[in-house]
Every structure is written in structure tokens, then in C-alpha cells.
Write a protein that binds this ligand. Sequence first.
Ligand code: ATP
Length: 348
Amino acid sequence: MTPLLTVNGITKRFGADQPPVVNAVSFEVYSGEIFALLGPSGCGKTTTLRLIAGFEKADAGTITVAGRVFANGQVHVPPEVRGIGFVFQDFALFPHKNVLDNVAFGLRKMRKKTRRARAMEVLEMVGLADFHARLPHHLSGGEQQRVALARSIVARPRLLLLDEPFSSLDPGLRQATREEVRALLKSEGISAVLVTHSQEEALSFAERLAVMKIGTVEQIGTPVEVYRQPKTAYVADFLGQTNFIRVHVKDGVAETRFGHIRVGALCQRATSTNEVILSIRPECLTMKASCDAKGGRIVGRAFKGNYFIYQVEVEGEIYAVQTDYGCPSQIGDSVVLEAVSAVPVADA
Ligand code: ATP
């Protein structure tokens, strides 16, 4: 399958004596696919998005959309002719224009009648046709977000770029709006790149994602792949809580304080001493009551609604263990831990 968007080795510095904030970043987005750039604040996500939109010029690398080169060493196609939609974090609506005019703004080159008809069609799509005459400040945050979305897709972009579009919404509204936006993108077949620092958002919204670390891409995969098969300790840690242990491997089996774990591909990452780092998610450790003084001891417990996270001390180290909400164990109890599965990771 040919990708819709190809980003190949793009690099951007803000100042010749500064390190690159985007450093040889490469990824592809396929037609109709929802892709996410996930990473901590300042790792270069927004700059990558702005390079794709054409708001920034790349120092090196190539950006191609549907086979057309938008940026390389010689070419820089201006943003207004790229046919790419952009949803900003703060929505960027015109406060003095009503909802319809805000949305129709995306169609400036069309005749007025056609423009209004198309804008109303998209407002219907996002469930806001009845609000077409309102000013933005007479709408809730979620409604404003939908107006911003309507404006960004009214000109039928082949690619939509979303820069932290849900971050200013409160948690309940954020999830509902996210699901609505996702359903709309899928039903309209619009490819999208979402920028977010929320792992939960990236995992639930995107079909594939790139995990970024200080200007570079650390790993690309489906949400399940990057969560369950992180290649590095950094990705494992960024994607959710995990326990790291350094262990020895013999014949594909890791000897751990939580039992022997068969780890297959693990050996490939083993050093000459056969020592590797394993990432064990809290839900991959089981906990049983024990009278063995050499086992572990519960030193903390956090209620998370439908599950608990326990802190268990074993030989001076603290491990996080997830149990279901019915678990009766209390702080101070002696327990033994057993690992159900573990993933070998490269050092952070
Ligand atoms: P956040 O999640 O906080 O928005 P981000 O991952 O999107 O962060 P960017 O906004 O791309 O990160 O910024 C990456 C780095 O580039 C930061 O250190 C930022 O200060 C710097 N930067 C961004 N834009 C400019 C600019 N126009 N001039 C100078 N430095 C900039």
C-alpha cells in the first residue's frame, strides 16, 4: 500500500548553534489511517506537525503527500496550497464571527451560496447545525472544539493534523469528544495525525503511533505493539507503569526473583554476560499470600476504582502489582510475586 503521507528524515533547528528539535524523523501515514505522535513536552511533536503543514521550513528531509513533494532541500510548498487541515490546541476560532462564518472561512475561494451550503452540511455532521448563528463564546468547550473540527474538514482535506485538540476539555468531555471526532474521521475516511503527550489518548485514538524522545522517533507500532512489546525501557516507561528488573538468561529462560520466565527473542538483546533488562507491567505480576519471610511485604496500596495498585517490597526493591478490586490484601501482609510475562527492553 502506498502511504498518503511520507515524512523522511526531517530535521529542524531553531538557530544554527542550537541542537535540532526534530532530528531525522521518519514515518508514514496511510490513506484513512489515524496516526499519533506521542511524547513528553518539548520533544518536538508540534514542530513536526508544523513542518508537515508547512508553517515551518525543514532544514533537511522530505515531506510527500499523495506522491507530491511538499518539502525537501529545494521545495517548500506554502501551507495554503497543501490541502491539509489543522486543528489547533486553543481552537483558534474568530470570536466576532458566528459558527457558520467560522466554518465557511475554510472555503474562502467558493461562491457565497455554495460556501454556506457546504458549511451547513459539515455543521450537521458534527451535530451543530442548530448553533450556526451563535458566537463561539456562547458555546461550551466541547462545542467549540467541534466547530474547529468542522472548519478544518470543510474543504475536504486529505490529511488532518490535530495538535493536542482535546487538552483544554475537562476529562469527561474529553473522552466523549475524542470518540465523536474519531468516529467522524473514520466515517469520512480522513487520514489524521494527532499530537499528544497523553499515552491513554494516543493508545485509544490512534491506529498506529510514533513514540518520540527529544526530537527523535523511538518506536512506531500499533497501540498494542508499543504497549506490549516496547523496544526500549524509555517506551515501556512512557506507555504506562512498569517494573524493570535486570536478569540473567540461559537457553532463552530468564531466572528472576518472580520465577523462571521463557522469553524467546530475549537472547538477541542479551549482552555477552547474558544480562538483560525486563519490563514487567503491574498487571503481569500476580500476588499470593505467603508465610515465607523471604518473600515480599506489601508497603503501599492505591485504590483505582476497578483495580488496586499495590507496592510490594522484595529484597529492598519496590514493585508495582495490579490486582482486581476484590483483592483482600493489606499493607504489612507477606506475599509472593510471580511474573506471568515480561518483555526484554534495550536500556533507556
Ligand atoms: P508540547 O507537548 O509542550 O507542546 P512538543 O513536543 O510539541 O511540546 P515543540 O513545541 O515541538 O514540542 O518544541 C520542541 C522544542 O523546540 C522546545 O524546546 C521548544 O521550546 C522549541 N521551539 C519550538 N518552536 C520554537 C521557535 N519558534 N523558536 C525557538 N524554539 C522553538
